[in-house]
Design a protein around this ligand. Structure first.
Ligand SMILES: Cc1cc2nc3c(=O)[nH]c(=O)nc-3n(C[C@H](O)[C@H](O)[C@H](O)COP(=O)(O)OP(=O)(O)OC[C@H]3O[C@@H](n4cnc5c(N)ncnc54)[C@H](O)[C@@H]3O)c2cc1C
Length: 385
């Protein structure tokens, strides 16, 4: 049996009536309004880029960075700009600053205030290495500086007022986070503190006929076992598929939660992480520890080799792995995926130290660097106190 999918692009759902199971819709091209009914509704309304409490975000040449239209506007404005200021040192801000620095055509500023650079992903040591790499490639990094307000001169120049002074620039790209877009169903389904829709492991909200997926929902963050707001495409595609499958065949696929596994290219390096950083883990557990590891990924007798840096975060009492961070010129994205599976499966540092990993001098040493990272943690835990 073929499935019929009716696609309405450029249409806005303006109202959901969960009692009558009705949605009201407006065609954005013609303005025409109509309503329709549903048996099951899946809410995938996504997220807004956060702008407040910074004042003046509507000033000319201050851009948000969320969708294709934003990207086109940024591209057009940046082609004319000499000085580009990126506000926000999360993964999007760092990625954008790094891309502009690589082009070598602009003066690039990165202003990061409220939290440390990439603080959801890496601890201070690695953040400071990444900060140095950005500076060495010409990025004027203002870390620990808080943006308060934007102002324009009427000719397209932007003045950024911070807690440390004023900075003049041609354009600003604001990337300080996202918040769930859930007004349509507020009051009809349970939301968490961040206003994200709370869903069970079949992506069903507190209204059994309303499912939700993606940036509009919470995730179950496995390292803590608690709900969290972690707007990532990885969660969105998984949750979307699980919602659809469970509507057709209830109970067929269960959501496994997430470790927020992520990777980023920063200039010549790659960063890949999974789970909790040490500083975040300490907010949840009182027996957290970490080890750092650095070595060439393969033997020096090979034509080339390069260092790989890793951090492993774990609990002392259970020896359970809580997180991992990797940084290298090598593609280390799969290291974060290995740690992700191990957190998901509640593996210990002992498992990582001795799990079977391949050896071939093209790829690693007889002990793979992941095994060695696990063994560094074992050595630290087994040292007499
Ligand atoms: C610059 C950038 C880079 C990113 N890079 C990564 C990455 O490398 N890896 C990663 O995992 N994630 C990344 N993300 C996050 C990822 O893009 C999001 O997690 C993902 O797009 C969420 O998908 P979604 O469908 O839930 O929501 P969205 O992508 O926000 O889509 C929601 C859609 O719903 C529509 N909508 C909302 N309300 C209504 C309504 N009332 N009626 C009709 N339509 C409506 C919106 O117009 C929108 O098209 C990035 C995000 C950004 C902004």
């Amino acid at each position: 049996m073929g499935l019929h999918v009716g696609v309405h692009l450029r249409h806005d759902v303006t109202l959901v009536d969960a009692k009558r199971k009705v949605v009201e819709v407006q065609d954005l091209e013609t303005g025409e309004k109509f309503s329709d009914t549903y048996d099951k509704l899946i809410v995938t309304t996504g997220s807004y880029p956060v702008a407040s409490p910074i004042r003046g975000v509507n000033v000319e040449n201050v851009f948000l960075c969320k969708n294709f239209k934003d990207a086109q506007a940024i591209k057009a404005a940046s082609d004319q700009a000499k000085r580009i200021a990126v506000v926000g040192g999360g993964y999007i801000g760092v990625e954008i600053a790094s891309s502009f620095a690589q082009q070598g055509r602009h003066d690039v500023l990165l202003i990061n205030g409220r939290h440390g650079l990439l603080s959801h992903y890496v601890d201070r040591g690695l953040a400071s290495r990444i900060g140095d790499d950005l500076r060495n490639h010409g990025v004027d990094l203002h870390d620990g500086e808080h943006v308060l307000e934007f102002d324009g001169d009427g000719d397209g120049r932007v003045f950024i007022r911070t807690d440390k002074g004023e900075i003049e620039t041609d354009i600003v790209i604001l990337c300080v986070g996202f918040q769930p877009m859930t007004e349509l169903v507020a009051g009809m389904v349970d939301l968490d503190r961040s206003q994200a829709i709370i869903v069970n492991d079949q992506m069903q909200s507190s209204d059994p006929d309303i499912y939700a997926a993606g940036d509009s929902t919470v995730v179950r963050f496995n390292p803590t076992g608690q709900y969290a707001y972690a707007p990532l495409a990885t969660n969105a595609v998984r949750q979307g598929k699980i919602a659809g499958a469970n509507i057709i065949n209830p109970g067929s696929i269960h959501y496994m939660g997430t470790q927020s596994t992520s990777a980023l290219s920063i200039l010549e390096h790659n960063m890949a992480t999974s789970g909790l950083t040490y500083s975040r883990a300490r907010k949840y557990f009182d027996d957290v520890d970490f080890v750092e590891f650095r070595d060439n990924y393969r033997p020096e007798f090979m034509p080339t080799t390069t260092p790989i840096e890793g951090t492993l975060v774990f609990r002392r009492s259970t020896r359970q792995i809580l997180g991992g961070q990797f940084y290298s010129k090598l593609d280390i994205s799969m290291c974060a995926n290995v740690i992700s599976v191990m957190i998901q499966n509640k593996n210990t540092v002992d498992d990582l130290g001795y799990v079977d990993m391949l050896f071939n001098p093209n790829f690693d040493r007889p002990w793979n660097y992941m095994n060695l990272l696990g063994q560094a943690a074992i050595n630290k835990l087994d040292q007499p106190q």
